[in-house]
Design a protein around this ligand. Structure first.
Ligand SMILES: Nc1nc2c(ncn2[C@@H]2O[C@H](COP(=O)(O)OP(=O)(O)OP(=O)(O)O)[C@@H](O)[C@H]2O)c(=O)[nH]1
Ligand SMILES: [Mg+2]
Length: 292
Protein backbone atom coordinates (compact mmCIF):
# COMPACT_ATOMS: atom_id res chain seq x y z
CA UNK A 1 0.00 0.00 0.00
CA UNK A 2 1.38 3.36 -1.04
CA UNK A 3 0.33 6.48 0.79
CA UNK A 4 1.28 9.78 2.24
CA UNK A 5 0.56 13.43 2.66
CA UNK A 6 1.01 15.53 -0.43
CA UNK A 7 0.91 19.27 0.01
CA UNK A 8 0.14 21.61 -2.83
CA UNK A 9 2.01 24.86 -2.36
CA UNK A 10 2.74 27.95 -4.38
CA UNK A 11 2.20 31.67 -4.60
CA UNK A 12 -1.40 32.95 -4.68
CA UNK A 13 -3.72 32.34 -7.63
CA UNK A 14 -1.73 29.70 -9.50
CA UNK A 15 -4.59 27.16 -9.25
CA UNK A 16 -3.74 25.14 -6.12
CA UNK A 17 -7.33 24.77 -4.93
CA UNK A 18 -8.56 23.94 -8.43
CA UNK A 19 -5.97 21.17 -8.70
CA UNK A 20 -6.75 19.97 -5.17
CA UNK A 21 -10.50 19.71 -5.89
CA UNK A 22 -9.74 17.84 -9.08
CA UNK A 23 -7.43 15.37 -7.33
CA UNK A 24 -9.80 14.63 -4.45
CA UNK A 25 -12.80 14.65 -6.82
CA UNK A 26 -14.84 16.95 -4.61
CA UNK A 27 -15.36 20.66 -4.30
CA UNK A 28 -13.77 21.03 -0.88
CA UNK A 29 -11.69 24.14 -1.42
CA UNK A 30 -12.88 27.51 -2.63
CA UNK A 31 -11.30 28.42 -5.94
CA UNK A 32 -11.86 31.78 -7.58
CA UNK A 33 -10.12 34.09 -10.01
CA UNK A 34 -9.02 36.36 -7.15
CA UNK A 35 -5.77 35.79 -5.20
CA UNK A 36 -5.72 34.80 -1.53
CA UNK A 37 -8.94 32.83 -1.77
CA UNK A 38 -7.61 30.08 0.48
CA UNK A 39 -7.04 30.92 4.12
CA UNK A 40 -6.83 27.46 5.70
CA UNK A 41 -5.08 24.23 4.96
CA UNK A 42 -7.67 21.74 3.81
CA UNK A 43 -7.08 18.05 3.43
CA UNK A 44 -8.85 15.58 1.22
CA UNK A 45 -8.32 11.91 0.57
CA UNK A 46 -8.05 10.08 -2.70
CA UNK A 47 -8.19 6.31 -2.53
CA UNK A 48 -7.12 4.18 -5.44
CA UNK A 49 -6.12 0.56 -5.81
CA UNK A 50 -3.25 -0.02 -3.37
CA UNK A 51 -2.87 3.66 -2.71
CA UNK A 52 -4.26 6.23 -0.36
CA UNK A 53 -3.27 9.82 -0.82
CA UNK A 54 -4.01 12.67 1.49
CA UNK A 55 -3.78 15.92 -0.42
CA UNK A 56 -3.40 19.21 1.43
CA UNK A 57 -4.44 22.48 -0.15
CA UNK A 58 -2.65 25.47 1.35
CA UNK A 59 -3.03 29.27 1.32
CA UNK A 60 -0.90 30.98 -1.33
CA UNK A 61 2.48 31.88 0.13
CA UNK A 62 2.91 35.61 0.13
CA UNK A 63 6.21 36.95 1.43
CA UNK A 64 5.75 40.49 0.21
CA UNK A 65 3.38 41.90 2.70
CA UNK A 66 4.28 42.17 6.33
CA UNK A 67 0.78 42.05 7.70
CA UNK A 68 -0.15 39.83 10.61
CA UNK A 69 -2.80 38.16 8.58
CA UNK A 70 -0.44 37.15 5.79
CA UNK A 71 1.98 35.81 8.34
CA UNK A 72 -0.76 33.59 9.72
CA UNK A 73 -1.62 32.34 6.23
CA UNK A 74 2.04 31.61 5.49
CA UNK A 75 2.40 29.81 8.80
CA UNK A 76 -0.56 27.60 7.91
CA UNK A 77 0.90 26.78 4.52
CA UNK A 78 4.35 26.05 5.88
CA UNK A 79 2.99 23.82 8.64
CA UNK A 80 1.47 21.65 5.93
CA UNK A 81 4.81 21.37 4.18
CA UNK A 82 6.47 20.05 7.31
CA UNK A 83 3.84 17.34 7.62
CA UNK A 84 4.25 16.12 4.06
CA UNK A 85 5.83 13.19 2.33
CA UNK A 86 5.79 14.93 -1.01
CA UNK A 87 5.46 18.49 -2.21
CA UNK A 88 3.75 19.70 -5.35
CA UNK A 89 4.98 23.19 -6.10
CA UNK A 90 2.45 24.75 -8.42
CA UNK A 91 3.34 27.64 -10.72
CA UNK A 92 1.71 29.27 -13.70
CA UNK A 93 3.52 27.73 -16.68
CA UNK A 94 4.75 30.99 -18.22
CA UNK A 95 5.15 33.09 -15.12
CA UNK A 96 7.87 31.73 -12.88
CA UNK A 97 9.12 34.81 -11.05
CA UNK A 98 10.69 35.94 -7.80
CA UNK A 99 7.59 35.02 -5.79
CA UNK A 100 7.86 31.40 -6.96
CA UNK A 101 11.59 31.44 -6.16
CA UNK A 102 10.73 32.55 -2.61
CA UNK A 103 8.43 29.53 -2.34
CA UNK A 104 11.25 27.33 -3.64
CA UNK A 105 13.59 28.77 -1.01
CA UNK A 106 11.23 27.57 1.68
CA UNK A 107 11.12 24.01 0.40
CA UNK A 108 14.43 23.37 -1.29
CA UNK A 109 16.30 22.06 1.73
CA UNK A 110 13.62 19.66 2.85
CA UNK A 111 14.49 16.05 2.26
CA UNK A 112 11.31 15.24 0.43
CA UNK A 113 10.54 14.55 -3.18
CA UNK A 114 9.40 17.73 -4.89
CA UNK A 115 7.49 18.04 -8.10
CA UNK A 116 7.28 21.27 -10.06
CA UNK A 117 3.84 21.47 -11.63
CA UNK A 118 3.39 23.99 -14.44
CA UNK A 119 -0.32 24.72 -14.41
CA UNK A 120 -2.75 26.37 -16.84
CA UNK A 121 -1.24 24.92 -20.02
CA UNK A 122 -4.72 24.97 -21.60
CA UNK A 123 -3.94 28.66 -22.19
CA UNK A 124 -1.15 27.78 -24.61
CA UNK A 125 -2.27 28.05 -28.22
CA UNK A 126 0.85 26.88 -30.00
CA UNK A 127 1.78 23.45 -28.60
CA UNK A 128 5.42 23.87 -29.65
CA UNK A 129 5.73 26.66 -27.11
CA UNK A 130 5.45 24.19 -24.27
CA UNK A 131 8.73 22.47 -25.17
CA UNK A 132 10.29 25.87 -25.45
CA UNK A 133 9.03 26.90 -22.02
CA UNK A 134 10.18 23.65 -20.42
CA UNK A 135 13.64 23.94 -21.92
CA UNK A 136 14.01 27.51 -20.69
CA UNK A 137 13.52 26.81 -16.99
CA UNK A 138 16.95 27.63 -15.56
CA UNK A 139 18.78 24.77 -13.90
CA UNK A 140 19.13 26.81 -10.68
CA UNK A 141 15.42 26.20 -10.39
CA UNK A 142 14.83 22.86 -12.07
CA UNK A 143 17.69 21.10 -10.24
CA UNK A 144 15.75 21.17 -6.99
CA UNK A 145 12.85 19.12 -8.31
CA UNK A 146 12.59 15.39 -8.82
CA UNK A 147 10.14 15.88 -11.66
CA UNK A 148 8.67 18.69 -13.72
CA UNK A 149 5.27 18.29 -15.28
CA UNK A 150 2.97 20.62 -17.22
CA UNK A 151 -0.75 20.21 -16.48
CA UNK A 152 -4.07 21.91 -16.78
CA UNK A 153 -6.29 21.73 -13.71
CA UNK A 154 -9.06 23.23 -15.76
CA UNK A 155 -9.09 20.71 -18.61
CA UNK A 156 -7.57 17.83 -16.56
CA UNK A 157 -4.68 17.59 -19.01
CA UNK A 158 -1.83 15.37 -17.77
CA UNK A 159 -3.52 14.78 -14.41
CA UNK A 160 -3.27 11.00 -14.82
CA UNK A 161 0.44 11.35 -15.55
CA UNK A 162 0.77 13.58 -12.48
CA UNK A 163 -0.89 10.89 -10.36
CA UNK A 164 1.54 8.27 -11.71
CA UNK A 165 4.47 10.51 -10.88
CA UNK A 166 3.08 11.07 -7.37
CA UNK A 167 2.78 7.33 -6.87
CA UNK A 168 6.30 6.70 -8.11
CA UNK A 169 7.77 9.49 -5.97
CA UNK A 170 5.97 8.33 -2.84
CA UNK A 171 7.21 4.80 -3.28
CA UNK A 172 10.76 6.19 -3.40
CA UNK A 173 10.24 8.50 -0.45
CA UNK A 174 12.37 7.57 2.55
CA UNK A 175 10.05 9.21 5.02
CA UNK A 176 7.32 6.95 6.37
CA UNK A 177 3.80 7.92 5.54
CA UNK A 178 2.67 10.32 8.20
CA UNK A 179 -0.74 9.71 9.63
CA UNK A 180 -3.05 12.63 9.15
CA UNK A 181 -1.85 15.27 11.54
CA UNK A 182 -4.57 17.62 10.57
CA UNK A 183 -7.69 17.93 12.52
CA UNK A 184 -10.39 16.83 10.21
CA UNK A 185 -12.35 19.93 9.48
CA UNK A 186 -15.81 19.85 11.04
CA UNK A 187 -18.44 19.59 8.38
CA UNK A 188 -19.79 23.10 9.05
CA UNK A 189 -16.37 24.48 8.19
CA UNK A 190 -17.13 23.79 4.54
CA UNK A 191 -20.39 25.71 4.60
CA UNK A 192 -18.55 28.70 6.05
CA UNK A 193 -16.01 28.37 3.25
CA UNK A 194 -18.72 28.09 0.60
CA UNK A 195 -20.26 31.33 1.90
CA UNK A 196 -16.87 33.02 1.76
CA UNK A 197 -16.25 31.65 -1.73
CA UNK A 198 -19.60 33.04 -2.94
CA UNK A 199 -18.70 36.41 -1.41
CA UNK A 200 -15.38 36.43 -3.23
CA UNK A 201 -17.13 35.53 -6.45
CA UNK A 202 -20.00 38.00 -6.31
CA UNK A 203 -18.69 41.00 -4.39
CA UNK A 204 -16.27 43.60 -5.65
CA UNK A 205 -12.56 43.34 -4.97
CA UNK A 206 -11.93 44.56 -1.47
CA UNK A 207 -14.99 43.39 0.47
CA UNK A 208 -14.32 39.64 0.56
CA UNK A 209 -10.83 40.22 1.96
CA UNK A 210 -12.25 42.04 4.91
CA UNK A 211 -14.93 39.63 5.91
CA UNK A 212 -15.09 36.57 8.05
CA UNK A 213 -17.77 33.87 8.32
CA UNK A 214 -18.85 32.02 11.42
CA UNK A 215 -21.33 29.18 11.77
CA UNK A 216 -23.69 29.76 14.69
CA UNK A 217 -25.96 26.75 14.40
CA UNK A 218 -25.71 23.36 12.77
CA UNK A 219 -28.59 20.99 13.39
CA UNK A 220 -29.21 17.79 11.54
CA UNK A 221 -32.53 16.00 11.44
CA UNK A 222 -33.51 13.00 9.35
CA UNK A 223 -34.37 14.98 6.25
CA UNK A 224 -32.77 18.35 6.69
CA UNK A 225 -29.69 20.15 7.91
CA UNK A 226 -30.39 23.55 9.35
CA UNK A 227 -27.46 25.95 9.39
CA UNK A 228 -27.22 29.54 10.62
CA UNK A 229 -24.18 31.61 9.76
CA UNK A 230 -22.98 35.17 10.25
CA UNK A 231 -20.87 37.20 7.87
CA UNK A 232 -18.79 39.73 9.84
CA UNK A 233 -17.81 42.89 8.01
CA UNK A 234 -15.12 45.37 8.91
CA UNK A 235 -16.77 48.39 7.29
CA UNK A 236 -20.25 49.65 7.99
CA UNK A 237 -20.62 50.76 4.38
CA UNK A 238 -20.24 47.14 3.26
CA UNK A 239 -23.42 46.09 5.04
CA UNK A 240 -25.84 47.34 2.39
CA UNK A 241 -23.65 45.94 -0.43
CA UNK A 242 -23.51 42.45 1.04
CA UNK A 243 -27.23 42.44 1.74
CA UNK A 244 -28.03 43.97 -1.67
CA UNK A 245 -31.20 45.55 -2.94
CA UNK A 246 -34.13 43.96 -1.12
CA UNK A 247 -31.73 41.33 0.16
CA UNK A 248 -30.93 40.13 -3.36
CA UNK A 249 -27.17 39.76 -2.90
CA UNK A 250 -27.57 37.79 0.30
CA UNK A 251 -30.05 35.51 -1.46
CA UNK A 252 -27.51 34.91 -4.24
CA UNK A 253 -24.67 34.17 -1.79
CA UNK A 254 -26.91 31.95 0.29
CA UNK A 255 -28.15 30.00 -2.71
CA UNK A 256 -24.64 29.25 -3.99
CA UNK A 257 -23.44 28.16 -0.53
CA UNK A 258 -26.55 26.05 0.00
CA UNK A 259 -26.17 24.21 -3.30
CA UNK A 260 -22.52 23.35 -2.60
CA UNK A 261 -23.40 22.30 0.97
CA UNK A 262 -26.21 20.04 -0.22
CA UNK A 263 -23.86 18.39 -2.70
CA UNK A 264 -21.25 17.76 -0.03
CA UNK A 265 -23.66 16.71 2.72
CA UNK A 266 -26.01 14.81 0.45
CA UNK A 267 -29.05 16.19 2.22
CA UNK A 268 -31.40 19.14 1.97
CA UNK A 269 -29.95 22.20 3.63
CA UNK A 270 -31.74 25.17 5.12
CA UNK A 271 -29.27 28.02 5.34
CA UNK A 272 -29.90 31.31 7.10
CA UNK A 273 -27.21 33.97 6.87
CA UNK A 274 -26.93 37.07 9.06
CA UNK A 275 -24.66 40.00 8.33
CA UNK A 276 -22.97 41.97 11.11
CA UNK A 277 -20.56 44.83 11.40
CA UNK A 278 -17.47 44.04 13.48
CA UNK A 279 -14.54 46.34 12.73
CA UNK A 280 -12.03 44.47 14.83
CA UNK A 281 -12.22 40.86 13.72
CA UNK A 282 -9.03 40.79 11.71
CA UNK A 283 -6.88 41.95 14.59
CA UNK A 284 -8.45 39.91 17.34
CA UNK A 285 -6.41 37.14 18.94
CA UNK A 286 -9.43 34.92 18.77
CA UNK A 287 -9.68 35.35 15.06
CA UNK A 288 -5.98 34.87 14.34
CA UNK A 289 -5.93 31.73 16.50
CA UNK A 290 -8.89 30.34 14.61
CA UNK A 291 -6.63 30.21 11.57
CA UNK A 292 -4.31 27.59 13.02
N1 LIG B 1 -6.99 28.52 -17.60
C1 LIG B 1 -6.80 27.92 -16.44
N2 LIG B 1 -7.20 28.51 -15.30
C2 LIG B 1 -7.00 27.86 -14.14
C3 LIG B 1 -6.39 26.58 -14.06
N3 LIG B 1 -6.32 26.21 -12.76
C4 LIG B 1 -6.88 27.22 -12.05
N4 LIG B 1 -7.29 28.20 -12.86
C5 LIG B 1 -7.94 29.46 -12.49
O1 LIG B 1 -7.05 30.24 -11.73
C6 LIG B 1 -7.76 31.00 -10.73
C7 LIG B 1 -7.17 30.73 -9.37
O2 LIG B 1 -7.46 29.40 -9.01
P1 LIG B 1 -7.38 28.88 -7.50
O3 LIG B 1 -7.49 27.40 -7.57
O4 LIG B 1 -8.34 29.63 -6.62
O5 LIG B 1 -5.89 29.33 -7.14
P2 LIG B 1 -5.12 29.17 -5.75
O6 LIG B 1 -3.68 28.92 -6.11
O7 LIG B 1 -5.78 28.17 -4.89
O8 LIG B 1 -5.27 30.63 -5.15
P3 LIG B 1 -5.11 31.12 -3.60
O9 LIG B 1 -5.94 30.23 -2.75
O10 LIG B 1 -5.61 32.50 -3.65
O11 LIG B 1 -3.64 31.04 -3.30
C8 LIG B 1 -9.23 30.58 -10.88
O12 LIG B 1 -9.88 31.54 -11.67
C9 LIG B 1 -9.15 29.24 -11.59
O13 LIG B 1 -10.30 28.94 -12.35
C10 LIG B 1 -5.97 25.98 -15.30
O14 LIG B 1 -5.42 24.88 -15.37
N5 LIG B 1 -6.21 26.70 -16.44
MG1 LIG C 1 -6.62 28.36 -3.04
Amino acid sequence: MIGGNISIVGKPNVGKSTLFNLLVQKHLAGATRKPQTTRHTIDGVLEEENAKYQFIDTPGLNFNIKKNFNRVLNKNALSAIYQSNLILHLVKYNQINKDDIKVLENIKNLELPKILVLNKIDLIRDKNRLMDILSKIPSEISDYYDEIIPVSSKSSKNIDILKKIIKKSLSKSKKNPIESLFNKRPIEFFTAEYIREACIRYLSEEIPYSLHVEINKYEESRKLISIAATIYLRKKSHLSIVVGKNGSMLVKISKAARIYSEKLLNKKVFLKIFVKYDPKWKESEYFLNSYD
